[in-house]
Design a protein around this ligand. Structure first.
Ligand SMILES: Nc1ncnc2c1ncn2[C@@H]1O[C@H](COP(=O)(O)OP(=O)(O)OP(=O)(O)O)[C@@H](O)[C@H]1O
Ligand SMILES: [Mg+2]
Length: 369
C-alpha cells in the first residue's frame, strides 16, 4: 500500500496543505508544536475512522472553522483509491471512498491499513487493560470489518444489559427479560473473544521472533490472552458461548447488586511478559519501548500475511528514542514498507536518502525538500 497524496483543509493547525509523498521513507521534521503529529494523525484517521489521540472529532477542527476536510489518495496492488473525510460542526463526519459515501464508518475498515507507533502506545504496557484492548481492536478492526461491527454491537448490548441490571432493583418484573440479554451478550461476546484469542496466539509467535532478534536473543517476549473466564476449545465451536452463559449465571447476584456486567470481552486483558516477568512492573523504559516495537513489527507481519499487502507505517516521535542498534534494526526491517516518520531533528535519519523525502513543518505549513 502506498499513499500518494494528502490534502488537508482546516484540519488542526493546517489551513490548506497538499503533500506528495515518497514510496519509501517520509521524514517529517520540525520543532515542537508545529503540526508533525497532526499529519500522521490525519492518515491514521483515514485508516481507522478515528484519531489516535481523541475520540472527539470537534477537536480536529481548526479553531474558528466551520468544517475540515481530508483527501487521501493511495494505491494498492490492484486498485487506486481515495478516501475523503468531511466534518462540519453541525453535522456528523462523512466519509467516502472513491466518491461513494459510506453508510457506516465500518465500511472504511480494510481499505487503507496503517500501523501506528507513537508515544501513547507505551501506555499499552504502563496502564490498565483498556489500552491493551484498544490495541487488539484497532488491528482486528482494520483486518475484518465484521469484527468492528461485532464490537459496536457488543457495546450496545452491554449498555442495554447494564441498564437493565440497574433497573431490576426497582422493577423486579424486568428480571424476566435478562436471559434474552445474556444470550445476545454471549453470542456477540464469544465471537470477539475467539478472534482476540486467535489474533494473540499469532501475534505472540511473531512478536517473540521480532523481540529475540531485536535483543540478540537475550530477552523472550510473551503475549498471553487473559479473558475474564477460561474456556476449553472443543471441535464443534459452541463451547465458548455455553461457558459464557454458565459464568454469567454464576455471577447473577453480584451483577444485580452492582448493576453491571461482570464478564465478557470488555474485561479482557493481555499478559505481556519479558523473560517471564511482567513488563509493566519490571521492565525498564527502553525494554518497554522495545517490547512495543516488537509488537508493532509483528502487527505489520500479521497484516501482510492476512492481506498480502504491506500496511503503511506511522512512526511518531519514536525513532529518536531508540538506541542505535534498535533504530537500525527497525529501519532494516521496514524495507518495502512506506513509512512516515516524525522527529524534531532531521539528522537522526542516517540512511542513504536517495528514496527518502524530507518535509519541514513550521506553524501549520508543511514543505517538501
Ligand atoms: N483544533 C485545532 N486548531 C488549531 N490548532 C490546533 C488544533 N489542535 C491542535 N492545534 C495546534 O497544533 C499544534 C500541535 O501540533 P502537533 O501535535 O502536530 O505538533 P508536533 O509538531 O507533533 O509537536 P511535538 O514535536 O511537540 O510532538 C499545537 O500548536 C496546537 O495548538
Ligand atoms: Mg508530535
Amino acid at each position: 500500500m502506498r499513499i500518494e497524496t494528502l490534502k488537508l483543509k482546516n484540519y488542526r493547525n493546517y489551513d490548506n496543505a497538499e503533500i506528495e509523498f515518497s514510496d519509501t521513507y517520509n521524514i517529517i521534521y520540525g520543532n515542537n508544536a508545529q503540526g508533525k503529529t497532526n499529519v500522521i494523525e490525519s492518515i491514521f484517521l483515514c485508516a481507522t475512522g478515528r484519531s489516535h489521540r481523541t475520540s472527539r472529532d470537534s477537536e480536529l477542527l481548526k479553531y474558528g472553522s466551520g468544517f475540515f476536510e481530508i483527501l487521501l489518495k493511495y494505491s494498492k496492488e490492484n486498485a487506486d483509491e481515495e478516501i475523503h473525510v468531511l466534518y462540519s460542526s453541525d453535522e456528523r463526519k462523512k466519509i467516502s471512498i472513491n466518491e461513494i459515501p459510506l453508510k457506516k464508518i465500518g465500511g472504511l475498515m480494510g481499505h487503507l491499513n496503517a500501523v501506528m507507533f507513537s508515544p501513547e502506545d507505551l501506555l499499552m504496557i504502563k496502564q490498565g487493560p483498556a489500552e491493551r484492548r484498544r490495541f487488539m481492536d484497532m488491528t482486528l478492526s482494520q483486518l475484518r470489518p465484521s469484527y468492528f461491527y461485532d464490537l459496536q454491537q457488543y457495546a450496545k448490548i452491554l449498555f442495554q444489559r447494564n441498564n437493565l441490571l440497574k433497573n431490576i432493583s426497582t422493577d423486579k418484573k424486568l428480571a424476566d427479560t435478562l436471559e434474552v440479554w445474556d444470550h445476545h451478550l454471549a453470542k456477540t461476546g464469544s465471537r470477539i473473544m475467539r478472534s482476540r484469542k486467535l489474533f494473540l496466539s499469532r501475534l505472540d509467535t511473531l512478536s517473540g521472533l521480532r523481540h529475540s532478534r531485536l535483543t540478540n536473543n537475550e530477552e523472550s517476549l510473551k503475549l498471553n490472552y487473559s479473558p475474564s473466564f477460561e474456556w476449553q476449545e472443543i471441535q464443534d465451536g459452541d463451547d465458548l458461548e455455553e461457558e459464557f452463559i454458565k459464568n454469567i449465571k454464576k455471577n447473577r447476584q453480584k451483577e444485580l447488586l452492582r448493576g453491571s456486567t461482570s464478564i465478557g470481552p470488555h474485561r479482557d486483558d493481555i499478559d505481556i511478559t519479558l523473560n517471564g516477568e511482567s513488563t509493566k512492573i519490571y521492565a525498564s523504559q527502553g525494554q518497554q519501548r522495545t517490547s512495543v516495537l516488537s509488537m508493532k513489527l509483528a502487527e505489520i507481519d500479521l497484516m501482510k500475511e492476512e492481506t498480502e499487502e504491506s500496511p503503511v507505517l506511522l512512526l511518531d516521535d519514536v525513532l529518536s528514542e531508540l538506541d542505535d542498534r534498535r533504530k537500525e534494526y527497525l529501519l532494516d526491517n521496514i524495507e518495502g514498507i512506506q513509512a512516515f516518520i516524525t522527529s524534531t531533528e532531521k539528522r537522526f535519519f542516517t540512511r542513504s536518502t536517495e528514496n527518502a523525502k524530507f518535509f519541514i513543518v513550521k506553524q501549520g505549513k508543511i514543505k517538501g525538500e
